[in-house]
Design a protein around this ligand. Structure first.
Ligand SMILES: CC(C)(COP(=O)(O)OP(=O)(O)OC[C@H]1O[C@@H](n2cnc3c(N)ncnc32)[C@H](O)[C@@H]1OP(=O)(O)O)[C@@H](O)C(=O)NCCC(=O)NCCS
Length: 196
C-alpha cells in the first residue's frame, strides 16, 4: 500500500508494511513512509498510462475529454513531456506538459486557443489523471511540482470541464488562475493559466 507520510488511523483490519494485522495489533496511529516516486515517464510506462487513461474516459464513466493514442504518448515521452507517479512500479498518475504544436490538431485545443490566445513560450498542461484509489493524497500537486521544475518560468495553459469540480478545486489550489470559459461540442470548459 502506498501512502504519503501522514498519521493514519486504523479503524479495522488494515495492512502495514505488507502484513495484514488486526486493529489492536498496532497502535491506533501508524506512520506510513512516502512510497510514491515521481519522474519523467519512460516508454515502459506507456501501458500503465494507457490503462489509467482508459479507466477515465467517458466510455468507462470517467471525465477525460480526449483519448490520446499510444503513438502520441510515445512522442510526448521522447520529448520529455510526461511525468508519472508510481507506486511499487505501477503507474498511479500522469501529467503531460507539451508544446502547443503537438496538440494543434485537437479540436478542443483549437477551440480554447481561438478564445484565449497563448502567451509567448506557453506550454499546454494536461491531461492529468490520478488513479481513483490514490486521489486526494496530493499526487496531482506533486506531479505538477515535478513538471514545473522542468519547465520553470514558462507559462501554462489548460482547460477543465466546467462540471469537474474536483479538478477545478485541485488546480486552483496549485495556483492556476481562471481565464474564462469556452464551449466545444456544446460542452462548457474553463480555461486556466499558470504563471510562476
Ligand atoms: C483531478 C485529479 C487529477 C486530482 O488529483 P488528486 O491527486 O486527487 O489531487 P490532489 O490530491 O493533489 O488534490 C489537491 C486538492 O484538490 C481538491 N480536491 C481533490 N479531490 C477533490 C474532490 N473529490 N472534491 C473536491 N476537491 C477535491 C482539494 O482541495 C485537494 O486539496 P485538500 O485535499 O488539501 O483539500 C484527479 O481527481 C483525477 O485524476 N480525476 C479524474 C481525471 C480528471 O478529472 N482529470 C483532470 C481533467 S482536467
Amino acid at each position: 500500500m502506498c501512502g504519503v507520510a501522514r498519521n493514519v488511523r486504523f479503524t479495522e483490519w488494515d495492512v502495514a508494511e505488507g502484513i495484514t494485522v488486526p486493529y489492536g495489533g498496532l497502535p491506533p496511529y501508524h506512520r506510513f513512509q512516502m512510497t510514491y516516486d515521481f519522474s519523467l515517464a519512460g516508454l515502459d510506462d506507456i501501458p500503465g498510462i494507457l490503462a489509467l487513461q482508459e479507466m477515465n474516459l467517458p466510455d468507462s464513466g470517467g471525465i477525460l475529454s480526449v483519448r490520446l493514442t499510444p503513438d502520441w504518448f510515445k512522442d510526448a515521452i521522447l520529448e520529455k513531456s510526461v511525468i508519472v507517479g508510481r507506486c511499487e512500479s505501477k503507474v498511479v498518475g500522469y501529467v503531460v506538459g507539451s508544446s502547443l504544436a503537438a496538440s494543434a490538431h485537437v479540436p478542443i485545443i483549437q477551440a480554447m486557443l481561438r478564445v484565449f490566445p497563448p502567451a509567448p513560450g506557453c506550454y499546454l498542461y494536461g491531461p492529468i489523471c490520478v488513479a481513483e484509489t490514490e486521489r486526494g493524497k496530493g499526487l496531482a500537486s506533486a506531479m505538477f511540482g515535478e513538471l514545473r521544475a522542468r519547465l520553470s518560468g514558462r507559462p501554462a495553459i489548460l482547460f477543465i470541464r466546467a462540471d469537474n469540480a474536483s479538478s477545478l478545486q485541485a488546480h486552483r489550489k496549485m495556483g492556476m488562475q481562471e481565464l474564462g470559459t469556452f464551449t466545444n461540442n456544446g460542452v462548457l470548459y474553463v480555461a486556466l493559466t499558470y504563471t510562476s
